[in-house]
Design a protein around this ligand. Structure first.
Ligand code: GLN
Length: 282
């Protein structure tokens, strides 16, 4: 079979399985098998596949037809211009999270101490360490699996990050930071019951924020004051419906809240700078 024929067959198979962007995914999977650029495959569509290549491609198409996320199958994804290893057990970095990263970078200056809570694949911590040189980046996660992937990603991207196994601030007593970022689990109970098939492959630990989705915002907002330096900021990624609820938590525990939208026009980031009068509440 030629590459073009194989792509047509796989595209049809994935479309039948309900995969969004079936043709696109088929070409990325074949490019992965052939170690080629997806665009080159289109240019060289008459290239014949060997039996081994065809078998390897079919196996990946089977996984995608079962709705396993493309990023887990190819084992990596892009974030902030860097490439991150991803596999079962860590959340796949989403493009929307770059909004949070960019806001963090705008606020950083050399010498600042940064903390990423629930780092997962390390996307935020590693991107910050790479793009904000001279900052001292710490990243925590409660999952050993996530920490192993995050360490691998720091090494792969030449970033220096200190990783600690910690349930939120648990292992960080007495430490303070100039910026705390977090993309915590924030999906509520109702939405957890209706996840896309692909998202069901991702760890519930990284997705579920309790009944109303706000468990981690409550906990981190309450505890962050004690770990923020004077004038330090806390930045959260949020679900599109959570701006008001999370802003209220920040306003009660940290300082006057602000918010940013993503490129889709949804509220995606809320944050606050620690105010003096809040210092004693933490
Ligand atoms: N943005 C993710 C999703 O909608 C959720 C990530 C999270 O809970 N932090 O699938």
């Amino acid at each position: 079979m030629t590459a073009r024929e194989a792509l047509r067959a796989a595209g049809a198979r994935l479309a039948d399985a309900g995969v969004p962007n079936a043709a696109h995914d088929a070409s990325l999977l074949l490019a992965h098998v052939l170690h080629e650029d997806a665009l080159m495959l289109r240019v060289r569509g008459e290239r014949a596949l060997t039996a081994q290549e065809q078998a390897a491609f079919d196996a990946l198409v089977d996984r995608r037809a079962a709705r396993e996320p493309l990023q887990y199958i190819v084992g990596e994804t892009g974030f902030m211009g860097l490439t991150f290893a991803v596999r079962s057990g860590v959340l796949i970095p989403r493009p929307d999270t770059e909004i949070l990263c960019e806001e963090a970078l705008r606020r950083l200056a050399p010498g600042m101490r940064v903390l990423d809570i629930g780092t997962g694949s390390g996307a935020l911590a590693v991107s910050i360490a790479r793009h904000a040189p001279g900052c001292d980046v710490t990243a925590v996660d409660v999952s050993e699996t996530a920490l192993a992937v995050a360490r691998e990603n720091a090494q792969r991207n030449g970033a220096t990050v200190r990783f600690e196994k910690s349930d939120c601030f648990q292992a960080l007593s007495g430490e303070t930071f100039d910026l705390i970022v977090s993309n915590p689990p924030y999906i509520d109970g109702e939405e957890m019951a209706q996840l896309m098939p692909e998202v069901r492959f991702e760890p519930e630990l990284a997705l579920s924020g309790g009944g109303d989705g706000l468990d981690f915002y409550r906990r981190i907002s309450r505890e962050a004051g004690a770990h923020l330096s004077e004038g330090g900021a806390l930045l959260f990624e949020i679900g599109w419906k959570q701006k008001d609820a999370v802003s209220a938590l920040l306003s009660a525990h940290i300082g006057a809240p602000f918010a940013m939208k993503d490129y889709g026009g949804n509220w995606r980031v809320v944050g606050a700078v620690k105010e003096r009068e809040h210092a004693s509440q933490a």
